[in-house]
Design a protein around this ligand. Structure first.
Ligand code: CS2
Length: 503
């Protein structure tokens, strides 16, 4: 017989949650919607929202958050029936700890009510806008960092100033309204994995505004702070079985839990309108004058290795990051990726031991309870490669250093975007440039060298410099050829000197 299902998590049932689940002690009815988060997903709910929740738990203010989904309604559909409460489950070597989170107050869905998010952003309650819209949500050219004025979302938003749907269009539109109404601007604190993310977004919003009104663009430049920030926590997308696991932990049904690792980091500049913000430092956020060294280390060491393991690991048949790093050959590969190709060209970061950082990353990747799929990380590679892999490669080229581990990672991406795996099966490639990449490969013909060269000439990814670097073209073409000929497992084994028997 089926078990009767547990009651749904909500404000009326939360007191009956199992005693092991940590619940908020503050008066939630006092929170005001002072933060709007664009791109509500698992990451922010397990990161920025929890920093805020910690501050509230210590009695710090009335900072409530309204989430906005710019594309799909799923998060709203799951969260609203439970009064936007959800469980954050920390999963580490010491076991699992569930916490009921109360700081999320409402969720809006852009495409369903295009004016509603703009109105919220334009109103006096909104003081901080945070974002996790992923790399492709910036509608920019990933190699140059320029706004892509031909992007369909940007064109649509320019034609519909009262109902923008992209993050850039919403921010520019709301700032225009605030300026016209004589309101203060808000602070824009982006949390996406992009280099100098605040400065980048400031430029994109400024460029978008300038297409409408130069005076608006210069007002934004003068008055709107866009602090740069580095965020870190591994938060996989929901996996089958998560909901049951959470139901066992809290004794209630939660349709929108987030599972995350214990580690978290947030390093950001302290530039906020009127210096008003939650005391996130009380929850461990670091406010610094220059985020760049932290961000370089994180994007190149963590995200770079993630992408390398995702492409090569996927091709070798591994489903998750923990599966990949449990394979001795890949473990050797990623250690050398860091020690040979990435760390030697990283700008020194005072107080940070990069070898230790690499060891910590490997320990985090080895957490068996965090099932982070290679396929998930492999998504949107065209938007990720420049800051994760190509920046380290450019630094190696400048110093005449070889970079075989990085070259194999780039080749892994190329092999992946062919869309066909090593057994002839289809790879579900999710990438805004997927079609273009596929067409380039098909037009290039059969030889590995021609295909690799065709991809290297995609300037949105590789810029206009790398195709003219003989060292780069040779290293990547040879690695790609080896991947096609030998498959990923053998190619990685060959590079780290592991012997695998004959074919
Ligand atoms: C990952 C990141 O999906 C990805 O591309 O590399 O989401 C990564 O898990 C986070 O940046 C960790 O802070």
């Amino acid at each position: 017989m089926d078990q009767p299902s547990a009651p749904r998590l909500s404000l009326t049932t939360m007191d009956s949650a199992r005693s092991g689940a940590v619940r908020f002690g503050y008066d939630r009815s006092r929170l005001r919607p002072r933060i709007v988060h664009l791109g509500l997903g698992a990451f922010f709910r397990a990161h920025g929202a929890l920093f805020t929740e910690d501050v509230l738990a210590e009695g710090g203010g009335d900072w409530g958050i309204v989430g906005a989904s710019l594309k799909r309604p799923e998060q709203r559909n799951r969260l609203l029936p439970q009064n936007c409460l959800y469980t954050a489950v920390e999963t580490g070597p010491a076991g699992q700890q569930a916490r009921l989170v109360g700081c999320l107050l409402d969720v809006l869905v852009g495409p369903e009510s295009p004016g509603a998010i703009l109105e919220l952003l334009s109103g006096p309650d909104t003081e901080i806008v945070t974002l996790t819209v992923t790399e492709k949500g910036y509608c920019h050219d990933p190699a140059s960092g320029q706004l892509n004025a031909d992007h369909p979302d940007i064109r649509r938003d320019l034609a519909n100033p009262d109902a923008p749907q992209s993050a850039v269009g919403l921010l520019a539109g709301a700032l225009a309204r605030r300026r016209a109404a004589g309101l203060q601007p808000f602070t824009v604190a982006t949390c996406d994995n992009l280099p100098r993310n605040g400065a980048l977004l400031a430029r994109l919003v400024g460029d978008f505004a300038a297409l409408r009104d130069d005076a608006l663009a210069s007002w934004i430049e003068s008055y709107v702070p866009f602090p740069n920030g580095m965020v870190d926590r591994i938060v996989p997308a929901e996996a089958p079985g998560d909901l049951d696991q959470v139901e066992k932990l809290i004794g209630l049904l939660d349709a929108a839990p987030v599972m995350h690792e214990p580690f978290r980091q947030w390093v950001l500049e302290d530039r906020f309108v009127n210096d008003v913000r939650p005391s996130w430092q009380r929850a461990g956020a670091q406010f610094v004058s220059d985020v760049a060294p932290f961000e370089h280390a994180k994007l190149r060491m963590l995200n770079g290795s993630h992408s390398a393991l995702a492409y090569l690991g996927y091709l070798a048949g591994h489903e998750t990051i923990v599966d990949v790093v449990s394979d001795e050959t890949f473990r050797k590969y990623i250690k050398r990726f860091w020690s040979e190709d990435v760390i030697p060209v990283l700008p020194a970061l005072r107080g940070m031991d990069l070898d230790r950082y690499a060891d910590q990353l490997l320990a985090r990747y080895s957490n068996p309870a965090i099932r982070h799929r290679t396929w998930q990380i492999a998504m949107d590679g065209s938007q990720k490669l420049p800051q994760r892999l190509l920046s380290s490669i450019r630094d190696n080229l400048r110093r005449n250093r070889p970079f075989p581990y990085l070259a194999l990672a780039v080749a892994g991406w190329m092999r992946y975007v062919t869309g066909v795996d090593e057994k002839g099966g289809v790879i579900d490639v999710r990438d805004p440039l997927a079609r273009l990449l596929r067409e380039r490969i098909e037009a290039a013909g059969d030889t590995a060298a021609d295909q690799a060269r065709a991809l290297i000439s995609v300037e949105a990814v590789f810029g206009d410099d790398l195709k003219d670097s003989a060292e780069f073209v040779t290293a990547v073409t040879n690695s790609y050829g080896r991947l096609i000929r030998d498959g990923a497992q053998r190619a990685v084994a060959g590079l780290v000197g592991d012997y695998i028997g004959p074919h």
